[in-house]
Design a protein around this ligand. Sequence first.
Ligand code: ASP
Length: 590
Amino acid sequence: MRSHYCGVLNSSLIGETVTLCGWVHRRRDHGGVIFLDMRDRDGIAQVVFDPDTEESFALADSVRSEYVIQVTGLVRARPAGTENADMATGQIEVLGKELVILNKAETPPFQLDDHQQVGEDVRLKYRYVDLRRPEMLNKLRLRSKITSAIRNFLDDNGFLDIETPILTRATPEGARDYLVPSRTHEGQFFALPQSPQLFKQLLMVAGMDRYYQIAKCFRDEDLRADRQPEFTQIDIETSFLDEEQIMAITEKMIRKLFLDIKGVDLGEFPRMPFAEAMERYGSDKPDLRIPLELVEVKELMKSVDFKVFAGPANDPKGRVTALKVPGGAELTRKQIDDYTKYVGIYGAKGLAWIKVNELAKGVEGLQSPIVKFLGDEVSLSLMEAVDAKDGDIVFFGADKAKIVTEALGALRCKLGEDLDLYTCEWAPLWVVDFPMFEEAGDGSLTPLHHPFTAPSCSPEALKSDPESALSRAYDMVLNGCELGGGSIRIHDQTMQQCVFEVLSISAEEQREKFGFLLDALKFGAPPHGGLAFGLDRLVMLMTGASSIREVIAFPKTQSAACVMTAAPGEVSAEQLRELSIRVRKPQPVE
Ligand code: ASP
């Protein structure tokens, strides 16, 4: 139907007849001449109709925004002075000869140029219109380029692309499962995979050696922050490689990707143990673009006569930490109040601060509601501990370690963003030496990654002191986002059972839920390990998008629904009967 895409027209085609297909982006009537900006996937071209071609002119006059048309015309140079340097096709225009309306369109729910004015729900309801915007299209185009570059890299390095089931048993990654009722097995359910974790391990037992998959994963989580109930992973597993080799090969892949697609050399990724990341940056995914660091001041606060600080300072599970912001003395009372509210989200009961006006004057030069409680000596020692300078502000957190770490870690990032403290554009790193387990709210242990991660100690050591055991896991972090994470896996049945025991999974439950894995480990499982990258997040970072929803063609809303198809939806009584399901919520009367 067409000879050229709109966006490729240029001066080299002057004098040629072309046929274009696309959408009416804009229609303008200029003193008896009609201009149509015609748009397709590749760009926009200007088509001019003059009254000489009577029939086409009348048709062109009748078209409206978003009509789908086919135009045949002659490429010619734009008259001198009317060229548009901002447009790829701005040197030429098409003198329209024939116009066919392929389909009409109602007035679109929003103007493509004005999407900022429309709420995200409207954009999501009419996503097919929203995706016509060149900005959205370009993000999806880049996403496609990224996946293809990754496939090429992995193919070239001997990885096999293998699909794993979507209807399966639970694959625990710490979220709730999406369940699918089985019709043929009454009262029983499939779970959608939270990741292909167990299948990729079984592929290693099967001798596939190197596997990858661009895999959909499903996690029913409370949609905090920027999560999607279904999302995509670049899922990788290898046999006979240790953590150094796996990190090396995947780092190479990401570096090559950034170089090929963005022309950016990320350099060699530094390594940081988990404990150091939490201590210095209050996060297991530190944003190293921000030059602020948390400084432990527990010792100094032990003997102060101020319970807010002395309490946590003398509590082995407490933490008292300072965060210096160079130049921050300029923050207003209102800004400080807002930051106090912000750390409240993380459970901090307050946010103490000292502004450094003139250090040469001693405590007289400090401005703060807490100096009088801390005393002169401690206040000045604190300034020394953080190496404060005139014009700085120092914030303090004192509470249970978990609260202080999270609150000041988050504050650090917020200040970095608000005050634009970034020192570079890209800051990648590997976080290593994670603990095997963390304490859940009820005092029990949960795996920090998943329960198939290998510990770096023996089963005996693991059993005797699980809380201090470290794992052979590694996370790749970029600009404060976890890009990917993985580990060496347990390939020994005894060790796997030992981890299950520490997690209080009874022998019976182990059999029932993971019997197939424990069996496979008995039949010649090679040492193996891998990792998975979050593709949506990777594309978001590479396109500079503000949310992962912006780089997914048809994302769900924050409440895990699709407003376009109105999913999830109710099903017929007959379907429920077939599945032997009775819904407890009363059905609306029809
Ligand atoms: N399955 C893990 C995840 O989804 C990644 C991995 O360990 O390879 O986070």
